[in-house]
Design a protein around this ligand. Sequence first.
Ligand code: ADP
Length: 420
Amino acid sequence: MWGKIYKIDKHVEKNVVMFTALFVSILTFIGGILSIISKLNLQLSIFILIISIFYIFHFIYIKIWNLNKIIKYSITIFSIIFQNFIWYNNYWSIGPSLLNFFFLNVFILFIWDFKHIVAFTIVIYLNLISLMLYELNHIELMPSYISEPVRIIAVYLGLAIILLVNLIYTLYLKNNYVKQYQMALKSDQLKSAFLANFSHEIRTPLNSIIGFSDLITFEDIEPKEKEKYNQIIQNNSNDLLMLIEDIVDLSMIESSELKLVQSSFNIDTFMESLFQEYIPKSLDLKNIELIYNKNNSGIILHTDLLRLKQILRNLLDNALKYTEKGEIKFGYTHSIKKNKITFYVNDTGIGIKGKDIELIFERFMKIENKTEVYRGVGVGLHLSKRIAEFLGGNIRVESTFGKGSTFFLSLPVTLKNHSN
Ligand code: ADP
């Protein structure tokens, strides 16, 4: 239990160690150079510079290869030894060096788990007791400053540096954790909104299916009406199925279980079939014209056909859902040089406000509209974005509120062969 409580985020831990290594390295480097310039003790100056190199090595190592346990042990143990060295060469307890132990303590607190914190704290306390006993037994050997004012300045300067480090540490950690806390809170709120939406989205089609399948059994209903009811049942069953499929896909993506099935296919045939599929859907909506901008590149794409179709269907469904009048244009452009295909779906719909552009790709994010209630649980775009990333690409949107939106899906392409 304690181990869990004391574990901090890996990313924060890495940054704390990296920042500390860099900071100590710079500080000791400046100290070393200053003592060489002021011709103090040459051996000591060189030793300080070696310490600086040691810390910068840790910084570079973590930056390139990441933080590991050996580096954590090495930096902690070395820092404890290093503190004693500083203490010995900096006027023992009459100088500012003992304050460094406070800094060391905070450092250990943030990068280690409970077990190690206890172990290192015991080591530090034993270390302090040894220093105290050493001083008490060698009072006659105690070094003294050139003058008392120099000592006072040194002590306050030392404290100022420690306070500064402490300030940076605390601000960094506070910032990180407050941010994480806010993110967790928001995710919680989104989840609650999703659950409310979800139950509504599941009930609406279910009620229709139950109601119309009951009606259809009545004998005095005209065949034409029956056909209409049948269509309603079909549509609602499809809506329900799509919703369930989205939720299953989302949970598969979140547990990294999504498997891709790659195949090779002609992009123009693929787009044409998508167009044919959507003509009847757009005809259902009176004022919308669906336009497919043919490209006829003859490119053979090698990717997961069903997943690609899923993303484009989602973009087209959204375009149909959020457009009242005008047109929906879709197609693709390709850049052989960049090995990239960009699909686009452009609509003349309600558009998206600038502040919402980033939000719409978040899980369960549904932008509520004051004048119109649109169905949906806010999963589609998030799912599309995640699948696009699985396929090695990305999705972005350009939109003007009140005028319309264009969604772009870019995918890297392995051009198997090119019929043009
Ligand atoms: P849903 O449509 O189920 O709410 P999505 O994840 O597909 O969820 O979309 C998230 C939000 O993005 C929607 O609530 C809507 O506000 C906005 N959105 C998506 N597509 C469009 C579009 N073509 N035009 C305007 N707004 C859109």
